[in-house]
Design a binder for this molecule. Structure first.
Ligand code: ATP
Ligand code: MG
Length: 447
């Protein structure tokens, strides 16, 4: 197929938008007779006048040739070798053009005569297990996920190359897979999450026929590896569009497949949905103000209200609130990890944020000056904030802390604005000091 070439004067990409290291790398490849393209999301974002998150370079130079050209090059990956160029403040990825697995190829592929594993491999359902073969620039474009992610910027003449309908989809703000959506989502279910992410973060629409297929195949997301899903979940929720991402995940069925227990809790009461939505809006505000929350804080904002409710119900069965919360968190983490492997460290931080809430709710808190020095304090207080904003709970406690942190003297036990009863001052029972027991007299026969 003939690509559409958009000449330098017909598009808006300027070299000023491209980092100097990237430009130097492209020029050196070109000056040594190789094809050198910027590819993937960075071309999409440059055309949209957004700052790209990262720059990817594709070339017809083989990994060994790249290594010989750049002293700062390290080759990574065993079967498909990628070049990483190490600069002082960034690492650039340079890959040799690759081809995708043919769509009718499965793991029935004959092993090669020298008994090396096959370069392409799919399981019996069509999910790609291995995809390792060099290709042409066109094949490299067509193996990519969406048309808007398959554009290339050619350093030889500064033109943009479009092998699919990337440019028109970009103009129409459409997310469209390259090829049949059912095949592309089956080959790699994570592409469904990527579709949702780009739609939400770029304010694009998932093309209607694609959306239908995505909803049908949503439950197959659990076939992707839990470690990869964890990384994708962070990208979905920590980049400033958690609220629209959540909407798309929820309506498509992806949320139910990723986090069944949360999805069930959301369906129980419309207030639950409102709480989670409000929390995610707050996270987005944090991202937009330049202070992205930690993964643990995101999970607290997302799962906290449901876990706290479960812990409260359990503590009524006679175990302490802390014990109940520990048990509920441990069970939830075990369940999450079946689909999304949240690291244990993050799970512990999430539990800590929730477990510290009662000590923040006390008025006055015990030893507040010491509390503020603790590593968990900032996030626990931020969670208290969320509760006040989303549920109107513990407003008086937050007011106490705000005054305290501003250097004022909080009115201890003052009537809170939302009419909550001030915490009762607990009286300590005085215990009578026991007299030391008199040593027992030895009753011996010789006494
Ligand atoms: P971001 O702004 O998040 O970096 P991106 O599109 O650049 O978006 P990357 O994960 O950096 O996303 O991937 C770079 C490129 O690699 C994509 O634009 C796409 O062309 C290709 N790609 C990434 N993941 C897949 C996938 N699962 N299937 C096919 N192509 C993919
Ligand atoms: Mg990228």
């Amino acid at each position: 197929m003939q690509p559409r070439i958009i000449l330098r004067k017909e598009h808006r990409i300027s070299r000023k938008q491209i980092s100097p290291n990237v430009l130097r790398t492209l020029y050196r490849l070109r000056d040594n007779g190789f094809i050198a393209y910027l590819v993937g999301g960075c071309v999409r974002d440059l055309l949209l006048e957004r700052t790209p998150k990262d720059f990817d370079i594709a070339t017809d130079a083989a990994p060994g040739q790249i290594k010989r050209l750049f002293r700062n090059c390290r080759l990574i990956g065993r079967r498909f070798r990628l070049a990483h160029l190490h600069f002082q403040d960034e690492i650039l990825e340079v890959s040799t053009f690759r081809a995708a697995a043919p769509s009718d190829e499965t793991d029935t592929e004959e092993p090669s005569p020298d008994s090396r594993p096959p370069r392409h491999l799919k399981d019996e359902d069509g999910m790609v297990l291995r995809d390792n073969v060099f290709g042409t620039p066109e094949e490299d474009a067509l193996r990519r996920d969406f048309t808007i992610n398959a554009l290339a910027y050619n350093i030889a003449d500064f033109s943009v190359i479009d092998y699919t309908t990337g440019l028109s989809d970009l103009q129409a703000r459409l997310i469209r897979p390259i090829g049949a959506p059912s095949v592309r989502f089956t080959e790699d279910p994570v592409r469904m999450l990527r579709a949702v992410r780009f739609a939400a973060s770029h304010n694009f629409v998932i093309e209607p026929a694609t959306w239908e297929v995505l909803c049908e195949l949503s439950s197959s997301i659990s076939r992707a590896s839990p470690a990869r899903l964890y990384e994708e979940v962070l990208k979905l929720f920590l980049l400033g569009s958690a609220r629209p991402v959540f909407g798309l995940l929820h309506t498509s069925g992806l949320l139910a497949a990723l986090f069944p227990a949360l999805s069930h809790w959301l369906s129980e009461d419309s207030r639950h949905l409102a709480i989670v939505q409000a929390n995610l809006e707050d996270l987005d505000r944090q991202c937009q103000s330049g202070t992205p929350p930690s993964p643990a804080f995101f999970f607290a904002a997302f799962f906290g209200p449901s876990l706290e409710e479960a812990a409260l119900a359990r503590s009524r069965d006679g175990i302490t609130r802390r014990e109940a919360l520990d048990a509920v968190c441990a069970e939830a983490m075990k369940n999450f990890c079946k689909t999304v492997s949240i690291p244990g460290r993050v799970g512990n931080q999430l539990r800590d944020i929730l477990a510290r809430q009662p000590s923040l709710h006390r008025r006055p808190p015990r030893r507040p000056s010491l509390m503020v020095t603790k590593p968990w304090f900032a996030e626990a207080l931020a969670y208290l904030h969320l509760g006040v904003e989303a549920r109107g709970e513990h407003g008086a406690a937050l007011k106490w802390w705000d005054t305290f942190l501003a250097g004022g003297t909080p009115a201890i036990g003052s009537e809170p604005p939302n009419g909550e009863a001030p915490a009762k001052k607990r009286r300590r029972k005085r215990r009578r000091r026991r007299r030391p027991a008199a040593p027992a007299r030895r009753m011996t026969s010789d006494a």
